[in-house]
Design a protein around this ligand. Structure first.
Ligand code: HEC
Ligand code: HEC
Length: 213
């Protein structure tokens, strides 16, 4: 009987020790379940942060967020040796599992849509009038007002940061994005960026910035 008590006592001590060991575990630097972490880089309202080249997220549709998180996870973005900015984002996407992607997507989807702040000193040097004639070729997929088309998996562009849009267009053109054999969506877009020189890119982006959604 005494031996049994002792065993029970030891069992309780063991449980207590196990519990305290668990709570003493060092906190991870970033808890992927704490999605406000995304806004540390992407701006407190999800409005982007041009200083670290993080694009607007607030207002992105769920399908588009999921597509891009997949692209980073698969290494279609953020893995090419020239995609230094994408490399900032890829480890974050890799830290999320399927369930967390679903959760973070529904968290971000309910944020009020934001438009990237117009960078005063760093704004596009493009000509929106010339850009308008280039954008004609984009309408079929991205829409008249750059509102995006889910049926074609082409995201909205109207609210997005100019530098970000320019960088993405150069990356598509130069094979940094959209060149992975499994990246069918990226390949569609890469074909559209193929003929654009830097001036055309600046022009079309400055036109996109005149559109509001
Ligand atoms: C360390 C800073 C940092 C953190 C934290 C971060 N991001 Fe990013 N994210 C970036 C940068 C920089 C880019 C732009 C990459 C590029 O230009 O290719 C980006 C791009 C993205 C894009 C692509 C947007 C588009 O229009 O295609 C999505 C989606 C995204 N991030 C989602 C998230 C989510 C969700 C989280 C939180 C789980 C998060 N980010 C946390 C830095 C960060
Ligand atoms: C045939 C359809 C199609 C046409 C035409 C097209 N796009 Fe796209 N575009 C897409 C798709 C699909 C994506 C998403 C690619 C992905 O998921 O990585 C995309 C992505 C983009 C992105 C990246 C957005 C982001 O948030 O990262 C930019 C910028 C862009 N397109 C600009 C343009 C411009 C400017 C034109 C016209 C010169 C154009 N596109 C023409 C289909 C198209």
């Amino acid at each position: 009987m005494k031996a049994l008590y002792r065993l029970r006592f030891l069992g309780v001590v063991f449980l207590l020790l196990a519990a305290s060991a668990q709570s003493a575990e060092p906190q991870a630097l970033f808890d992927p379940a704490d999605y406000e972490y995304c806004l540390v880089c992407h701006g407190g309202l999800g409005q982007g942060n041009p200083a670290i080249q993080a694009p607007v997220l607030a207002g992105m549709e769920g399908w588009s967020l999921r597509n891009q998180l997949q692209a980073f996870r698969e290494g279609w973005r953020g893995k090419h040796p020239l995609d230094l900015v994408g490399m900032e984002m890829r480890p974050v996407a890799l830290a999320l599992d399927e369930e967390e992607i679903a959760d973070v997507t529904s968290y971000l989807e309910q944020l009020a849509p934001q438009v990237a702040p117009q960078a005063a000193t760093d704004s596009s040097t493009g000509d929106p009038v010339l850009g308008r004639s280039i954008y004609v070729a984009c309408i079929a997929c991205h829409g008249e007002a750059a509102e995006g088309k889910e049926a074609l998996q082409a995201p909205a562009l109207a609210y997005q940061d100019e530098r970000y849009l320019e960088r993405q267009l150069r990356h598509f053109r130069d094979g940094v994005r959209g060149s992975h054999p499994d990246d069918a969506r990226g390949a569609t877009m890469a074909a559209s960026a193929a003929g654009l020189d830097d001036a055309a890119i600046a022009n079309v982006v400055s036109y996109i910035r005149t559109l509001t959604r």
